[in-house]
Design a protein around this ligand. Sequence first.
Ligand code: HQG
Length: 186
Amino acid sequence: MSALTREQVRLSKRMSLVLRHRPEVAGLTLDPGGWVPVTDLLTALKITRAELEVVVAGNDKSRFAIATGTDGVERIRASQGHSRRVDVDLDLPPADPPATLFHGTPRANLPSIVREGLRPRSRHHVHLSPDVATALRVGRRRAAEVAILEVDAAAMAEVGHVFHLSANGVWLTAVVPAGHFRERSE
Ligand code: HQG
């Protein structure tokens, strides 16, 4: 659960919007890795460093990462979740996934998913969760009736699908073709 106040959650969502989907609404441009100087973000969002710190540290999912470049400039980026329309490459190394990963989705999506597999839709990757509880939470963002898919990540890796692990523990891959997942029976 997030320990943030409503106001802080609103700021976190605004940061997600700017750092993942529409940097231009704040007059910002992300660098190729998705980073933007922290001071630029503070100015653009009209917030203080302290306000930013609280959201970055208190965020239930560690959605944002701060790092200092070799040029000494401190930058921030979203750790995952970017829109396809934003030209960003997180440059994450390929990683060996656990045998099984999970994906929570509104039950209504199932027929289409069974037909065409899991697709990234508007994002760069399909997002997979390391455990059922997380997958449930992801699915419930969108609907009360959620299906949990068990993805055979090990088998996918064996046939050449590449996986990446985001800085905040989300597994990313390009697509999950039909045949590499099944619905989890509770
Ligand atoms: C579904 C949040 C029909 C897919 C979460 C999902 C995650 C299909 C929706 C991150 C489909 C896309 C991403 C197909 C996929 N037919 N529906 N063939 N293929 N879908 O939001 O995984 O809180 O882009 O199941 O925690 O829900 O923002 O993906 O329901 O990590 O940090 O299409 O967003 O992170 O929705 O969530 P999304 P997602 P944050």
